[in-house]
Design a protein around this ligand. Structure first.
Ligand SMILES: Nc1ncnc2c1ncn2[C@@H]1O[C@H](COP(=O)(O)OP(=O)(O)OP(=O)(O)O)[C@@H](O)[C@H]1O
Ligand SMILES: [Mg+2]
Length: 413
């Protein structure tokens, strides 16, 4: 029993979205044995315009979202993996070069690459920004030779083109403070859509070229992957809530009621039979009938616009012709009936709803909504000492020591 407890650990993903926060807890024994203990979504309070507006309310909200799961499961843990939504981040494309030697040439070492990446981070970000993800795209040796990994090559100067995902420092400090007030430490901070890609996209898809689209409440994020890494990211300022607003305007309902109607009855226009179906909608004290077609018409132009803007974002990446593994959609907005088919037609691409590719003991329900918290928890685990112990065999350790000695030799002789 005791060894079991020592071997298992809980990793909690907390995804701060525009309107809602989501929490999810993974129990992980080793990389091949994971269990989702629970996932829960809570409307945000004390959080407005993508920043904490009331520390007490927001921390209470975080506390109750996590509490909902821990109480049922009877578990406790100390730290969480924090994820932020697209509205809170910025991206920077940075080009930096450093000299390696005055005369002649030298063999490029891991230390040189580390120094270059540090310079890129310093020069490419503003003083008030924190870097969440630093993704070197390619290195350039002596202005002529482009390489994905320049270690071991001869060169006089070394350059890098890096994609940085950053966040305003005070914005994240305030969210972290709310987490602390809720009773938890923050282990890591990630950009949610990016870490979700690690659990919904397979390595082979990312290598051969694929697109991940995260349709959230107020934003849609388009991420393009090629050669195994993220190559392009664009945020579209349109999400599922735009559709809800238009339904609310069309049928003269509150936003919350329109949201319920949308989730149950809205769909992309298509099936004539369903368009004539009548739905009874409650307004004040009485019910009145609304044709399902009227609900679908209210969102028709939004759907066209969103599909068009996703297509445009993929074109902006300049990688459309290299995408061989289609498009995967996640986020609540992807659940709109008929939307997957609509995007598939608009883009002439295979489109699928995101699924979590992890060795979970039970399948995850509502994967489109909760894959982000699973991605956050899994990435927290991957950054932990336990993970490096579990995945680095003895030979890996000795190989690392040998590589380091080789590096030192090349640096000094
Ligand atoms: N069954 C459904 N059908 C249609 N839309 C849905 C459904 N369920 C949720 N949505 C929509 O999904 C959106 C919320 O998605 P999600 O929870 O992924 O957003 P978020 O993570 O809070 O936002 P963001 O990532 O932009 O910060 C809302 O606009 C909601 O109306
Ligand atoms: Mg989200």
């Amino acid at each position: 029993m005791l060894t079991k407890m020592i071997n298992e650990k809980y990793y909690c993903g907390l995804d701060i979205g525009t309107r809602k926060i989501k929490a999810g807890i993974l129990k992980i024994k080793d990389p091949s044995d994971m269990e989702l203990i629970g996932a829960y979504e809570h409307k945000s309070h004390g959080f407005r315009d993508n920043a904490v507006s009331d520390l007490g309310e927001f921390s209470e909200c975080i506390h109750s979202a996590i509490d909902e799961i821990t109480k049922k499961a009877g578990i406790k843990f100390k730290a969480i993996q924090l994820g932020v939504g697209a509205a809170m981040i910025e991206t920077r494309q940075v080009d930096t070069v450093i000299p390696l030697v005055d005369r002649g040439h030298k063999v490029i070492t891991q230390q040189d690459i580390k120094k270059l990446n540090n310079n890129a981070r310093l020069l490419g970000t503003k003083i008030e920004e924190e870097v969440l993800h630093e993704l070197p795209q390619y290195y350039v040796v002596d202005d002529v030779n482009s390489a994905l990994n320049p270690a071991g090559l001869y060169g006089r100067k070394l350059g890098v083109n890096s994609l940085m995902i950053v966040i305003n420092g005070n914005r994240i400090r305030n969210i972290t403070k709310a987490v602390h007030q809720a009773g938890y430490d923050v282990d890591n901070v990630f950009f949610s859509s990016y870490v979700t890609s690690k659990v919904v996209l397979r390595d082979v898809e990312k290598k051969k070229g694929c697109v991940l689209v995260d349709i959230g409440s107020q934003n849609t994020t388009v991420l393009v992957f090629l050669d195994g890494g993220l190559r392009f990211l664009e945020r579209i300022n349109m999400g599922g809530d735009h559709l809800t607003h238009h339904i609310a305007d069309q049928i003269h309902l509150s936003f919350d009621l329109a949201e319920e109607i949308k989730q149950s009855y809205a769909m992309v226009l298509g099936s004539e039979a369903l368009q004539d179906e009548e739905i009874l909608v409650k307004r004040e004290d009485s019910y009145f009938p609304v044709k399902r077609g009227e609900i679908c018409q209210a969102i028709e132009s939004d759907i066209e616009e969103l599909a068009g803007r996703i297509q445009l974002a993929v074109m902006h990446s300049g990688l459309r012709d290299k995408i061989n593994n289609g498009l995967t959609i996640i986020g609540g907005g992807s659940l709109l009936s008929g939307f997957i088919e609509k995007i598939g037609q608009a883009m002439n691409m295979t489109v699928k709803l995101g699924q979590v590719n992890l060795p979970l003991r039970k399948n995850l329900n509502h994967a489109a909504l909760f894959s982000s918290v699973v991605g956050l928890a899994q990435c927290g685990y991957e950054k932990s000492f336990r993970y490096s112990m579990a995945s680095n065999s003895q030979s890996h350790w000795s190989q690392q020591v040998i590589n380091r000695i080789k590096d030192l030799y090349q640096e000094y002789f």
